[in-house]
Write a protein that binds this ligand. Structure first.
Ligand SMILES: Nc1ncnc2c1ncn2[C@@H]1O[C@H](COP(=O)(O)OP(=O)(O)OP(=O)(O)O)[C@@H](O)[C@H]1O
Ligand SMILES: [Mg+2]
Length: 296
Protein backbone atom coordinates (compact mmCIF):
# COMPACT_ATOMS: atom_id res chain seq x y z
CA UNK A 1 0.00 0.00 0.00
CA UNK A 2 1.45 3.41 -0.96
CA UNK A 3 1.86 5.96 1.85
CA UNK A 4 0.18 8.68 -0.21
CA UNK A 5 -2.20 8.45 -3.15
CA UNK A 6 -3.61 11.57 -4.74
CA UNK A 7 -5.87 11.31 -7.73
CA UNK A 8 -7.11 14.20 -9.85
CA UNK A 9 -6.93 16.53 -6.87
CA UNK A 10 -8.39 20.01 -7.28
CA UNK A 11 -8.62 23.09 -5.11
CA UNK A 12 -9.52 26.61 -6.19
CA UNK A 13 -9.55 29.90 -4.36
CA UNK A 14 -12.01 32.07 -6.29
CA UNK A 15 -10.58 32.32 -9.80
CA UNK A 16 -7.22 30.73 -8.84
CA UNK A 17 -6.86 27.02 -9.56
CA UNK A 18 -4.21 26.39 -6.92
CA UNK A 19 -4.28 22.61 -7.40
CA UNK A 20 -5.59 21.58 -10.77
CA UNK A 21 -5.80 17.84 -11.39
CA UNK A 22 -2.80 16.68 -9.39
CA UNK A 23 -1.88 12.99 -9.40
CA UNK A 24 0.77 11.63 -7.10
CA UNK A 25 1.64 8.29 -5.55
CA UNK A 26 4.35 8.04 -2.90
CA UNK A 27 5.47 4.54 -1.99
CA UNK A 28 6.47 3.72 1.56
CA UNK A 29 10.10 4.40 2.44
CA UNK A 30 10.58 6.97 -0.30
CA UNK A 31 11.66 10.59 0.15
CA UNK A 32 9.79 12.51 -2.50
CA UNK A 33 10.57 16.13 -3.26
CA UNK A 34 7.79 18.34 -4.56
CA UNK A 35 9.75 20.87 -6.55
CA UNK A 36 7.97 23.85 -8.03
CA UNK A 37 8.04 27.61 -8.39
CA UNK A 38 6.18 30.01 -6.08
CA UNK A 39 2.45 29.54 -6.31
CA UNK A 40 2.67 26.10 -7.97
CA UNK A 41 0.30 24.58 -5.39
CA UNK A 42 2.75 22.73 -3.15
CA UNK A 43 1.54 24.08 0.21
CA UNK A 44 -2.10 23.72 -0.80
CA UNK A 45 -1.43 20.07 -1.59
CA UNK A 46 0.28 19.62 1.78
CA UNK A 47 -2.67 21.21 3.56
CA UNK A 48 -5.10 18.83 1.90
CA UNK A 49 -2.93 15.94 3.12
CA UNK A 50 -3.28 17.05 6.71
CA UNK A 51 -6.98 17.86 6.49
CA UNK A 52 -6.31 21.59 6.93
CA UNK A 53 -7.84 22.22 3.51
CA UNK A 54 -10.72 20.36 1.87
CA UNK A 55 -10.38 19.54 -1.84
CA UNK A 56 -13.03 20.59 -4.34
CA UNK A 57 -12.57 17.32 -6.20
CA UNK A 58 -10.36 14.27 -6.35
CA UNK A 59 -9.29 11.48 -4.06
CA UNK A 60 -6.82 11.40 -1.18
CA UNK A 61 -5.54 8.36 0.63
CA UNK A 62 -2.91 8.75 3.32
CA UNK A 63 -1.55 5.64 5.09
CA UNK A 64 -4.65 3.81 3.95
CA UNK A 65 -7.07 6.39 5.35
CA UNK A 66 -9.48 8.21 3.10
CA UNK A 67 -9.38 11.97 3.53
CA UNK A 68 -10.94 14.28 4.52
CA UNK A 69 -13.26 11.81 6.32
CA UNK A 70 -10.48 10.00 8.19
CA UNK A 71 -8.14 12.96 8.55
CA UNK A 72 -7.93 12.51 12.30
CA UNK A 73 -6.67 8.93 12.10
CA UNK A 74 -4.20 9.86 9.37
CA UNK A 75 -2.91 12.82 11.37
CA UNK A 76 -2.24 10.57 14.36
CA UNK A 77 0.24 8.55 12.30
CA UNK A 78 1.97 11.37 10.46
CA UNK A 79 4.41 14.02 11.49
CA UNK A 80 3.97 17.54 10.19
CA UNK A 81 6.71 20.14 10.26
CA UNK A 82 5.34 23.54 9.33
CA UNK A 83 7.27 26.14 7.41
CA UNK A 84 6.83 28.67 10.19
CA UNK A 85 8.26 28.09 13.65
CA UNK A 86 5.37 27.77 16.13
CA UNK A 87 7.30 26.47 19.13
CA UNK A 88 6.15 27.45 22.60
CA UNK A 89 8.80 29.92 23.73
CA UNK A 90 7.55 30.10 27.33
CA UNK A 91 8.59 26.55 28.19
CA UNK A 92 11.75 24.48 27.90
CA UNK A 93 12.98 22.39 25.03
CA UNK A 94 11.91 19.13 26.66
CA UNK A 95 8.52 20.49 27.67
CA UNK A 96 7.82 21.41 24.02
CA UNK A 97 8.43 17.80 23.12
CA UNK A 98 6.46 16.40 26.06
CA UNK A 99 3.37 18.46 25.21
CA UNK A 100 3.30 16.96 21.73
CA UNK A 101 4.00 13.46 23.00
CA UNK A 102 0.97 13.72 25.32
CA UNK A 103 -1.12 15.25 22.53
CA UNK A 104 -0.37 12.24 20.36
CA UNK A 105 -1.07 9.91 23.29
CA UNK A 106 2.37 8.35 23.19
CA UNK A 107 2.59 5.49 25.74
CA UNK A 108 5.95 6.30 27.25
CA UNK A 109 6.29 10.09 27.19
CA UNK A 110 9.71 10.35 28.89
CA UNK A 111 11.22 7.80 26.48
CA UNK A 112 9.72 9.61 23.49
CA UNK A 113 11.14 12.93 24.70
CA UNK A 114 14.55 11.33 25.19
CA UNK A 115 14.56 9.92 21.68
CA UNK A 116 13.46 13.21 20.13
CA UNK A 117 16.15 15.10 22.06
CA UNK A 118 18.74 12.74 20.63
CA UNK A 119 17.49 13.14 17.08
CA UNK A 120 17.66 16.92 17.44
CA UNK A 121 21.02 16.64 19.23
CA UNK A 122 19.61 18.81 22.01
CA UNK A 123 19.95 16.50 24.98
CA UNK A 124 22.36 18.85 26.73
CA UNK A 125 20.04 21.83 26.12
CA UNK A 126 16.88 20.14 27.35
CA UNK A 127 16.25 22.53 30.25
CA UNK A 128 16.88 25.61 28.12
CA UNK A 129 14.10 28.05 27.27
CA UNK A 130 13.35 27.90 23.56
CA UNK A 131 14.07 31.58 23.02
CA UNK A 132 17.67 31.02 24.10
CA UNK A 133 18.37 28.50 21.35
CA UNK A 134 20.15 29.40 18.13
CA UNK A 135 18.17 29.47 14.88
CA UNK A 136 19.51 26.08 13.84
CA UNK A 137 18.67 24.49 17.19
CA UNK A 138 15.12 25.82 17.00
CA UNK A 139 14.70 24.27 13.59
CA UNK A 140 16.03 20.95 14.80
CA UNK A 141 13.61 21.09 17.70
CA UNK A 142 10.70 21.83 15.36
CA UNK A 143 11.61 18.79 13.31
CA UNK A 144 12.07 16.58 16.39
CA UNK A 145 8.68 17.70 17.70
CA UNK A 146 7.10 16.39 14.49
CA UNK A 147 8.79 13.05 15.14
CA UNK A 148 7.94 12.58 18.80
CA UNK A 149 5.27 9.93 18.09
CA UNK A 150 7.48 8.04 15.58
CA UNK A 151 5.30 8.77 12.57
CA UNK A 152 5.49 6.51 9.53
CA UNK A 153 5.10 9.52 7.28
CA UNK A 154 6.64 12.95 7.57
CA UNK A 155 5.43 16.05 5.75
CA UNK A 156 7.97 18.82 5.46
CA UNK A 157 6.79 22.06 3.90
CA UNK A 158 9.84 24.06 2.80
CA UNK A 159 11.98 22.75 5.67
CA UNK A 160 14.86 25.16 5.15
CA UNK A 161 13.32 28.21 3.51
CA UNK A 162 14.99 31.44 4.56
CA UNK A 163 17.70 29.74 6.63
CA UNK A 164 21.38 30.49 6.26
CA UNK A 165 23.50 27.90 4.43
CA UNK A 166 25.08 26.43 7.55
CA UNK A 167 21.73 25.78 9.24
CA UNK A 168 20.39 24.40 6.00
CA UNK A 169 23.22 21.87 5.79
CA UNK A 170 22.60 20.86 9.41
CA UNK A 171 18.95 20.14 8.66
CA UNK A 172 19.80 18.24 5.52
CA UNK A 173 21.95 15.91 7.58
CA UNK A 174 19.09 15.38 10.00
CA UNK A 175 16.51 14.74 7.26
CA UNK A 176 18.90 12.42 5.47
CA UNK A 177 19.25 10.41 8.69
CA UNK A 178 15.48 9.94 8.88
CA UNK A 179 15.37 8.93 5.27
CA UNK A 180 18.00 6.27 5.72
CA UNK A 181 16.02 4.88 8.64
CA UNK A 182 13.09 4.32 6.27
CA UNK A 183 10.67 7.12 7.20
CA UNK A 184 8.49 8.07 4.25
CA UNK A 185 8.98 11.77 3.55
CA UNK A 186 7.10 14.24 1.40
CA UNK A 187 9.03 17.48 1.24
CA UNK A 188 8.10 20.58 -0.68
CA UNK A 189 10.87 22.87 -1.75
CA UNK A 190 11.82 25.41 -4.32
CA UNK A 191 15.52 24.92 -3.69
CA UNK A 192 16.93 22.75 -6.43
CA UNK A 193 19.89 21.69 -4.33
CA UNK A 194 17.64 20.53 -1.51
CA UNK A 195 15.71 18.25 -3.85
CA UNK A 196 18.90 17.06 -5.51
CA UNK A 197 20.54 16.10 -2.22
CA UNK A 198 17.63 14.62 -0.30
CA UNK A 199 14.99 13.31 -2.63
CA UNK A 200 14.97 9.77 -3.99
CA UNK A 201 12.42 10.99 -6.48
CA UNK A 202 11.30 14.43 -7.56
CA UNK A 203 7.87 15.52 -8.74
CA UNK A 204 8.07 18.81 -10.61
CA UNK A 205 4.91 20.80 -9.92
CA UNK A 206 3.68 23.70 -12.02
CA UNK A 207 0.24 25.30 -12.22
CA UNK A 208 -1.23 22.84 -9.75
CA UNK A 209 -0.14 19.70 -11.55
CA UNK A 210 2.73 17.23 -11.56
CA UNK A 211 4.42 17.75 -14.91
CA UNK A 212 7.31 15.31 -14.46
CA UNK A 213 8.22 12.66 -11.92
CA UNK A 214 11.34 10.49 -11.68
CA UNK A 215 14.67 10.21 -9.91
CA UNK A 216 16.87 13.32 -10.33
CA UNK A 217 19.15 11.29 -12.60
CA UNK A 218 16.31 10.18 -14.86
CA UNK A 219 14.86 13.68 -15.03
CA UNK A 220 18.23 15.05 -16.08
CA UNK A 221 18.69 12.38 -18.75
CA UNK A 222 15.21 12.94 -20.13
CA UNK A 223 14.75 16.71 -19.92
CA UNK A 224 18.27 18.18 -19.90
CA UNK A 225 21.05 16.05 -21.33
CA UNK A 226 24.60 14.98 -20.63
CA UNK A 227 26.24 18.36 -20.89
CA UNK A 228 25.36 21.98 -20.46
CA UNK A 229 27.59 24.72 -21.84
CA UNK A 230 27.47 28.09 -20.14
CA UNK A 231 28.49 31.11 -22.14
CA UNK A 232 29.35 34.47 -20.58
CA UNK A 233 29.84 37.73 -22.41
CA UNK A 234 28.25 41.00 -23.47
CA UNK A 235 24.52 40.80 -24.33
CA UNK A 236 25.08 41.21 -28.08
CA UNK A 237 27.36 38.23 -28.21
CA UNK A 238 25.07 36.10 -26.05
CA UNK A 239 22.21 37.00 -28.36
CA UNK A 240 24.20 35.83 -31.39
CA UNK A 241 25.29 32.58 -29.79
CA UNK A 242 21.74 31.92 -28.66
CA UNK A 243 20.19 32.52 -32.07
CA UNK A 244 22.69 30.30 -33.82
CA UNK A 245 22.19 27.50 -31.30
CA UNK A 246 18.40 27.75 -31.40
CA UNK A 247 18.38 27.83 -35.19
CA UNK A 248 20.27 24.56 -35.05
CA UNK A 249 17.55 23.08 -32.83
CA UNK A 250 19.38 23.34 -29.51
CA UNK A 251 17.68 24.42 -26.32
CA UNK A 252 19.02 27.52 -24.65
CA UNK A 253 18.08 29.16 -21.37
CA UNK A 254 19.11 32.23 -19.45
CA UNK A 255 21.29 31.52 -16.44
CA UNK A 256 21.71 34.80 -14.59
CA UNK A 257 24.30 36.81 -16.52
CA UNK A 258 25.03 33.87 -18.82
CA UNK A 259 23.18 31.67 -21.24
CA UNK A 260 23.20 27.90 -20.96
CA UNK A 261 23.07 25.59 -23.95
CA UNK A 262 21.31 22.49 -22.63
CA UNK A 263 22.17 19.15 -24.20
CA UNK A 264 25.38 20.66 -25.58
CA UNK A 265 26.73 17.21 -26.45
CA UNK A 266 24.38 17.33 -29.46
CA UNK A 267 25.79 20.61 -30.78
CA UNK A 268 27.36 20.61 -34.23
CA UNK A 269 30.73 22.23 -34.86
CA UNK A 270 31.04 25.94 -34.11
CA UNK A 271 27.81 26.24 -32.13
CA UNK A 272 29.37 26.15 -28.67
CA UNK A 273 32.01 28.88 -28.32
CA UNK A 274 35.50 27.83 -27.27
CA UNK A 275 35.38 29.80 -24.03
CA UNK A 276 32.13 28.16 -22.87
CA UNK A 277 32.18 26.44 -19.49
CA UNK A 278 31.13 22.82 -19.76
CA UNK A 279 29.39 21.04 -16.91
CA UNK A 280 27.13 18.06 -16.45
CA UNK A 281 23.40 18.53 -17.06
CA UNK A 282 21.64 19.34 -13.77
CA UNK A 283 18.28 19.32 -12.05
CA UNK A 284 18.37 23.11 -12.36
CA UNK A 285 18.43 22.74 -16.15
CA UNK A 286 15.42 20.42 -15.90
CA UNK A 287 13.54 22.81 -13.63
CA UNK A 288 14.08 25.80 -15.89
CA UNK A 289 13.33 23.90 -19.09
CA UNK A 290 10.10 22.48 -17.66
CA UNK A 291 8.73 25.43 -15.72
CA UNK A 292 10.26 28.37 -17.56
CA UNK A 293 11.20 29.86 -14.20
CA UNK A 294 14.65 30.91 -13.08
CA UNK A 295 15.97 28.56 -10.41
CA UNK A 296 16.78 29.53 -6.82
N1 LIG B 1 -6.07 30.60 1.42
C1 LIG B 1 -5.86 31.06 0.17
N2 LIG B 1 -6.67 31.99 -0.36
C2 LIG B 1 -6.50 32.45 -1.62
N3 LIG B 1 -5.52 32.01 -2.44
C3 LIG B 1 -4.68 31.09 -1.98
C4 LIG B 1 -4.81 30.55 -0.65
N4 LIG B 1 -3.83 29.63 -0.46
C5 LIG B 1 -3.14 29.60 -1.62
N5 LIG B 1 -3.64 30.46 -2.53
C6 LIG B 1 -3.17 30.66 -3.91
O1 LIG B 1 -3.03 29.39 -4.51
C7 LIG B 1 -1.85 29.32 -5.33
C8 LIG B 1 -0.98 28.19 -4.84
O2 LIG B 1 -0.46 28.53 -3.56
P1 LIG B 1 0.47 27.56 -2.70
O3 LIG B 1 0.70 28.21 -1.41
O4 LIG B 1 -0.12 26.20 -2.70
O5 LIG B 1 1.80 27.57 -3.60
P2 LIG B 1 3.25 27.00 -3.27
O6 LIG B 1 3.60 26.08 -4.39
O7 LIG B 1 3.29 26.44 -1.91
O8 LIG B 1 4.16 28.30 -3.40
P3 LIG B 1 5.44 28.78 -2.53
O9 LIG B 1 6.63 28.12 -3.18
O10 LIG B 1 5.45 30.25 -2.78
O11 LIG B 1 5.24 28.38 -1.10
C9 LIG B 1 -1.23 30.70 -5.23
O12 LIG B 1 -1.64 31.45 -6.35
C10 LIG B 1 -1.79 31.26 -3.96
O13 LIG B 1 -1.84 32.66 -4.01
MG1 LIG C 1 4.40 26.91 -0.15
Amino acid sequence: MPAIELHNLKKSFGPINAVDGLDLVVEEGVCLGLLGPNGAGKSTTMKMLTGQAIPDAGEIRVLGYKLPREAKQARAEMGVVPQLDNLDIDVTVEENLAVFARLYRVDDVPAAVERALEIARLTDRRKEAVDRLSGGMRRRLLLARGLVHEPRLLLLDEPTVGLDPQIRTELWTLIDGLRSRGTTILMSTHYIEEAERLADEVAVVADGRVIARATPKELIAEHAGEKTAEVYGPPDRLHEVRSAAEDAGLRVRSAGPAIAIVGAEMAGPGLVPHDAIHRAGSLEDVFVMLTGEEAE
